[in-house]
Design a protein around this ligand. Structure first.
Ligand code: MG
Ligand code: ZN
Length: 223
């Protein structure tokens, strides 16, 4: 490269406004934590790009866990209800959040959704975030754990190009491993990239279409 321009703090428009938003979000996230804790509900925030396999992962987890736990799902999407309609087929309580133009869920939207769920009757709450690997990292929702799902079809640089979200993850799911060869993507390299950013993250390889690796995800979540 010839030259790099790095955005300095305060140089990007609206940075002060943004700090204020982030602080408000953190406070509401803490309230969500207290509410969920009060009823012993485990909340899991699932992040990842569009098409990485977040909904399929939730489906496979529901199939394995629904006899043991009472499960609900909050589904974030810009405008559609495609994913929540899919989840609904599993006989699970689903709340759709349509964010309009917003590319992430925030704690306030999740608080609103929580009011529509009988939390005391729910053991596990899956929250499917809006498909995006950048700003969800800045908006904790009050979840106990954060999963990041990536797919080998997204290419070899997904991890190194999104360091902040991987730093936030407790579990990283590398999905569609059956396609790694066709995509010429080295799964071990993706795993090493995660470990170098976040040594404590648990990394699991899956094929969420067939269910391969789902037991390991359940183990990684201590469920
Ligand atoms: Mg989805
Ligand atoms: Zn966003």
């Amino acid at each position: 490269m010839d030259e790099t321009i790095k955005a300095e703090e305060g140089e990007i428009f609206d940075i002060e406004l943004e700090e204020d938003f982030l602080e408000k979000n953190r406070k509401i996230a803490e309230e969500n934590v207290s509410l969920l804790k009060k009823y012993g509900t485990i909340a899991i925030d699932i992040m990842g790009s569009i098409g990485s396999g977040k909904t399929s992962l939730i489906e496979r987890l529901i199939e394995r866990l629904k006899t043991k736990y009472r499960i609900a799902v909050i589904n974030g999407d810009l405008t559609t209800s495609i994913d929540s309609d899919i989840i609904k087929r599993h006989g699970i309580k689903v709340i759709q959040i349509n964010t309009g133009k917003e590319c992430h869920l925030d704690a306030n939207l999740v608080r609103k959704a929580l009011r529509k769920i009988d939390i005391k009757d729910i053991n596990i709450l899956f929250i499917e975030n809006v498909g995006n690997l950048i700003c969800p990292a800045d908006f904790p929702l009050g979840a106990d754990k954060r999963i990041v799902v990536i797919s080998v079809t997204e290419g070899p640089y997904m991890v190194v190009k999104h360091p902040f979200i991987f730093a936030e993850a407790s579990v990283v799911v590398i999905n569609k491993v059956d396609l790694a060869k066709a995509m010429d993507v080295d799964v071990k390299k993706l795993e090493d990239d995660v470990k170098s950013i976040n040594p404590s993250a648990k990394v699991v390889k899956t094929n969420c279409r067939t269910g391969e690796g789902i037991s390991e995800v359940i183990k990684a979540l201590n469920l």
